[in-house]
Design a protein around this ligand. Structure first.
Ligand SMILES: NC(=O)C1=CN([C@@H]2O[C@H](COP(=O)(O)OP(=O)(O)OC[C@H]3O[C@@H](n4cnc5c(N)ncnc54)[C@H](O)[C@@H]3O)[C@@H](O)[C@H]2O)C=CC1
Ligand SMILES: O=C(O)[C@@H]1CCC=N1
Length: 267
């Protein structure tokens, strides 16, 4: 069984470790490392995987290195990574950082992959876009698949699309959670207890997502099925139109896209 090493032990590393374990990957074949050791200790305690005490210990005998720290950490990475990652497959989930930047940071690796998952991957309901610097060997493709498919849908895309995927589905859960928080706050404003507001909003979001996925209908069609002529929904939707919701959403995506490109330029 391939030994998989995680550099970083936060949200995304925990999601991938959880998925691998659920799919039968052995605890002993998974390791994590962080600089301070704090979150690696917590992930190790939670999942039973090994916490490595150093970069060489993390990578000795490992086949795959998952780079799951923040893009800003790439500039201050441990110099030991150059030698320790020699011959390994690299999969980075860092937003913004390009395949060329990965090749320069891990110059002796055998292959480089850039992936963009999202947090619903924690429950196997995510979507991940990924690309490699070149066509992967079959064994490496299988290894990438074993890492990403437990998170949900995995799509191979071009590198040019990765930053756009980050702006849509990478950041997307935060957009929907912000909307859920706003609807929940409004429910409380009109008199619901917080717990009731949360249940109303959560079930509405879940049901709407399931209906969208299962019906195959366009969101506008499903919206229209809710919207009676001169009814309550129309009155509400008019406020969204007045507030230019669609322009705000487009500006949101463009800002995320631009920030991804900016991160690529930051050292
Ligand atoms: N959270 C999200 O929704 C998504 C995050 N990503 C990417 O995943 C990466 C990780 O994000 P999260 O897991 O959310 O962050 P996080 O803050 O939860 O975890 C970051 C981890 O990196 C560790 N770390 C910090 N400095 C380090 C160093 N020098 N060496 C080793 N480890 C170090 C921290 O201790 C922590 O365990 C980021 O690059 C982000 O762009 C990608 C898609 C979605
Ligand atoms: O906000 C971020 O930078 C990361 C990338 C996509 C989702 N979270």
């Amino acid at each position: 069984m391939s030994v998989i090493a995680f550099l970083g032990a936060g949200n995304m590393a925990a999601a991938m470790v959880g998925g691998l374990l659920k799919n039968g990957h052995a605890h002993a074949a998974l390791r994590c490392y962080t600089e301070s050791g704090q979150s690696a200790r917590a992930l190790s305690a939670l999942t039973g995987i090994t916490r490595a005490e150093s970069i060489p210990a993390l990578l000795a005998g490992a086949d795959l290195l998952v780079v799951a720290f923040k893009p800003q950490h790439l500039a201050t990475r441990d110099a030991a990574l150059v030698e320790a990652s020699s011959g390994k497959l690299i999969v980075s989930v860092m937003v913004g950082k390009t395949l060329a930047q990965l090749q320069s940071a891990f110059p002796h690796a055998r292959a480089w992959v850039r992936a963009m998952p999202n947090t619903p991957g924690k429950i196997g309901a995510g979507v991940t876009g990924w690309c490699a610097h070149t066509t992967l060997a079959d064994a490496d493709r299988a290894l990438v698949d074993s890492l990403l498919s437990p998170l949900g849908l995995a799509l191979e895309v071009t590198e040019a699309q990765i930053n756009d995927i980050a702006a849509i589905s990478g950041s997307g859960p935060a957009y929907f959670f912000e909307f859920a928080a706003a609807l929940s706050a409004a429910a409380q404003q009109i008199g619901f207890e917080p717990e009731v507001a949360k249940r109303l909003v959560t079930q509405t979001l879940l049901g709407s997502a399931q209906l969208l996925a299962q019906s195959g209908a366009a969101p506008e069609t499903l919206r229209n099925q809710v919207t009676s002529p001169n009814g309550t929904t129309l009155a509400g939707l008019r406020k969204m139109e007045e507030a230019r919701l669609r322009e705000t959403v487009l500006a949101t995506v463009r800002a995320a896209q631009a920030r991804g490109l900016e991160i690529a330029r930051e050292s």
